[in-house]
Structures are given as structure tokens and as C-alpha cells.
Design a protein around this ligand. Structure first.
Ligand code: HAM
Length: 425
């Protein structure tokens, strides 16, 4: 136990941290370019937020939440997703009183008690965006295009955008009725969860992974068949905007997302070749969520991308992110006095913004140079007793082993100039 991490969690090791940094930097850059500001919400919230926000009949709320009671007898839940917390913060801080729309993004860990497998974890990371305050279909197309822009900048190919409209409170009741009628005679054959959904939220049956339920819903009425005029016009406009941007998509009338707050536009982005967990991102419109949480009637739309799944897909497609974390200067020192000098020189170089490593183990010069090579240092400063006596240091260019002796008083300026010449600073 003491040396094993909890099932479904991951350590991001130093060797992988560079990939995460690269991805996060790209996400922050793209967010800025599209006009989004970051929001950081707590990793736990009142359980009720997700019960009411995500929906009682979703897999997430029914069986995947990490819920606990704190010492003050409050029921809290580790966030399984970022939309409900962002809506909560929008309301709590009265952001609706600002000029709209409000465009927010977040990056962080989410928690779901899911069955772990490749690409599916109990703690995973999402990047998500939410736009509050506009029901314009061009916003729907823009957020989809933004997600695709991110994947494209990473070099990913072979992705599919699946698009649907899940209807609104006007047309949803008709779909519900027709679906119940379609399933009525086979109701007893549905899995126990779907039997419960039959009354509470039959649309969720279309999303059941149980093969029996999947067979029973073959040919079932889809949401697209029962859309009201507003929803079908909205969907058409989203499509024409996507076409204008040249973003390919396929209509999937059976697409039902795993969260209850969606109204109208719903989409999922899938990647081939990463196994069963092919959804690398998804989102949609949730025009009723903000008012349902007690706020003013405000439309919303957003998406979230699974960061582990993005990295997994990059790996599958043989794409390597440029992540080298380089060392500028290694200081090799021999002898007590030289070591003291190395210690202070390292500190003063770092304070000037140079990335410096030094020996901590009193190793031989050969071993220290080997360490400098392993770290791919650009320059190595060699300080021995001889040099200290002369108040000099030897600077070695690691690429061609060229060495020059420089007075210690000038060495900082010299190193910085050399690094600039090498184009690394
Ligand atoms: P979601 O489809 O539940 O949507 O999750 C979005 C993405 O998170 C998925 O497409 C997947 O890439 C990743 N993901 C989900 N579960 C796991 C898991 N167990 N392990 C690894 N990755 C996972 C939402 O969460 C909505 N809040 C998206 C949204 C934002 N809709 C509107 N705004």
C-alpha cells in the first residue's frame, strides 16, 4: 500500500512533465487568442451542485462520484467535471452583472470512480472552456473549431467531430414520449439501470453501454426526428458556420452525451486507434443550467478535452512534443575551495536567469563532465585548485570540447554572452 498509488491514478514523472508543460502552455496560448480568461475553482464542491447540475440519472452522479462527509457533516464531492463548478462561480461572483458574454477556461484534475483502463482513469485532467451569455449558433461553431484548432496545432490527424442536437424543453417531451412508446414492450428486458431511466430520463437509455440495451434501442426514435423549429434551425446554422470554417463533421442523431444539462447542440470528438476510450473531447450547449442553479436565464456552451487522452493519441500517432528541458551551464569543481566557488557562482548565475546545475557528490572531474554531458549542458565551467589560485575558470563548449580560460571576475558576463551566441538565452 505504501508504495502503490490508488487504482486509476497516475504519477506524472519528471520524464513526462515536459509534455504536460508543453500542452498546458499551448492551451493557455490558444485560450488567450480566442479571448478566454482562466478560472480556478476548488477540487471539491457541495455534492448537491453535481446532483442538480450534472443530473441524478447520469452515470457520473449514479455511480462515479467521490463523495465524502467532512468533519462538519457536510456532503462534499471531488469534482467529476468542470462545467457545474464554473456555473456556480459565475453565479456566486455575480459575473452575470458584467457585460456579456463571459468566456472562461480551466485546466485541472477531475475525479470519477470509473473502471480504469487505457485512457480511462479515476483522476484525470481536463482542459475546458465555457461561454455564458450568447445563444448565437456561430458561438457553437466557434467552440468546436477551437477544439479542432488545438488538436491540429498538436499535429493530431484522423479525428472526427460528431454533431447532434439533443433538443430543448419544448421538443424533449415529445422525444421522451416517442422513445417510451418504442421501448414499452421491451421495458422488462432493459438493464436494471435503464429500467429506472425509462421513467426518469429515457433519453439516457440511448447512451447505455450494455449490449442488450444497445440492441433494444436499434431503430429507436432519435432526438433529431423530434426537434422543434428553433432547435432544427439552430442546428442548421451551426452546420453552415462549421462549413464556412471548413471544419468537417458528421451528424450523429444518436449522440447523447453523458451529462443531463445539455440542450440543443451536443458534440463529441473522437480519435481512432486509442481503443475503447476514443472520445478525446466533448461538449455542447446548456441553456437551462444557469437558471436551474438559481441564476438569471443565461445561455451557455462549452467543451472539455481529456488531457491524458490527447497525450495518448499523440503517442499512438507517433508525434513527439518538443519538450527538452535544457541545462545552460554545468559547474564542475575539484577541491574544497573550488567547490565553495562553484556554490556561489551557481547561485549568482541562476539569479541572472541562467539554468545551472553543479556537482553535489564530490565526484571526479571525469564523472562530473559525464554528468554535464548527460544533462546536455551547453557550457561547463571547470574549477580546479590551479584555476582558483589564478582566480580563473575554464569554460568548455560541450558541443566541440573547445576550452578557454576566463578570469572569474568576468566569467558571468562571458557565460551569458556565449549562451546568447548559442541562441539559448
Ligand atoms: P465529458 O464528455 O464527460 O464532458 O468529458 C470530457 C472529456 O474528458 C472526455 O471527452 C474525455 O476525453 C475526458 N474524460 C472523461 N472521463 C475520463 C476518464 N475517466 N479518464 C480520462 N479522461 C476522461 C464533460 O466533462 C463536460 N463538462 C464537458 C463540457 C464543458 N460540456 C460543456 N462544457
Amino acid at each position: 500500500m505504501l508504495t502503490t498509488r490508488p487504482r486509476g491514478t497516475n504519477d506524472i514523472l519528471p520524464s513526462e512533465a515536459g509534455k504536460w508543460h508543453y500542452l498546458e502552455e499551448l492551451l493557455r496560448l490558444v485560450s488567450k487568442q480566442y479571448g478566454y480568461q482562466e478560472i480556478r475553482t476548488p477540487v471539491f464542491e457541495h455534492t448537491e451542485l453535481f446532483q442538480r447540475g450534472v443530473g441524478e440519472t447520469t452515470d457520473i452522479v449514479e455511480k462515479e462520484m467521490y463523495t465524502f462527509t467532512d468533519r462538519g457533516e457536510r456532503s462534499l464531492t471531488l469534482r467529476p467535471e468542470g462545467t457545474a463548478p464554473t456555473v456556480r462561480a459565475f453565479l456566486e461572483h455575480k459575473m452575470y452583472a458584467n457585460p456579456q458574454p463571459t468566456k472562461l477556461y480551466y485546466i485541472g484534475p477531475m475525479f470519477r470512480y470509473d473502471r480504469p483502463q487505457a485512457g480511462r482513469y479515476r483522476q484525470f485532467h481536463q482542459y475546458g472552456v465555457e461561454v455564458f451569455g450568447s445563444n448565437d449558433p456561430s458561438v457553437d461553431a466557434e467552440v468546436i473549431a477551437m477544439a479542432m484548432d488545438i488538436y491540429e496545432r498538436l499535429g493530431l490527424t484522423g479525428l472526427t467531430v460528431e454533431l447532434n442536437s439533443v433538443g430543448c424543453p419544448v421538443c424533449r417531451p415529445r422525444h421522451r414520449e416517442e422513445l417510451q412508446k418504442f421501448l414499452e414492450k421491451n421495458k422488462a428486458k432493459l438493464c436494471p439501470t435503464c429500467q429506472g431511466r425509462y421513467e426518469k430520463n429515457p433519453m439516457r437509455i440511448l447512451d447505455c453501454k450494455n449490449p442488450g440495451c444497445q440492441e433494444l434501442t436499434q431503430g429507436a426514435p432519435t432526438t433529431s426526428e423530434t426537434l422543434c423549429k428553433d432547435c432544427s434551425t439552430h442546428l442548421e446554422k451551426v452546420q453552415s458556420y462549421l462549413q464556412a470554417l471548413g471544419v468537417p463533421y458528421v451528424l450523429n442523431p444518436r449522440l447523447v452525451r453523458g451529462l443531463d444539462y445539455y440542450t440543443g447542440t451536443a458534440f463529441e470528438i473522437t480519435a481512432q486507434g486509442i481503443g475503447a476510450q476514443s472520445s478525446i473531447g466533448g461538449g455542447g450547449r446548456y441553456n437551462g443550467l444557469i437558471s436551474q442553479c438559481g441564476g438569471p436565464d443565461t445561455p451557455g456552451i462549452g467543451f472539455a478535452l481529456g488531457m491524458e487522452r490527447i497525450l495518448l493519441t499523440l503517442e499512438q500517432q507517433g508525434l513527439i512534443l518538443p519538450t527538452k528541458e535544457m541545462i545552460h551551464v554545468f559547474i564542475a569543481a575539484l577541491g574544497k575551495e573550488a567547490q565553495t566557488k562553484a556554490f556561489t557562482l551557481a547561485q549568482s548565475l541562476r539569479q541572472k536567469g541562467v539554468i545551472v546545475e553543479r556537482d553535489y557528490l564530490g565526484r571526479s572531474l571525469k564523472a562530473q563532465l559525464k554528468a554535464a554531458d548527460r544533462l546536455e549542458a551547453v557550457l561547463t565551467v571547470i574549477l580546479g585548485d590551479e584555476e582558483i589560485k589564478k582566480n580563473t575558470g575554464i569554460v568548455r563548449k560541450m558541443a566541440n570540447s573547445e576550452q578557454v580560460e576566463i578570469p572569474l571576475d568576468d566569467i558571468t558576463a562571458y557565460l551569458i554572452e556565449e549562451l546568447q551566441k548559442e541562441g539559448v538565452r
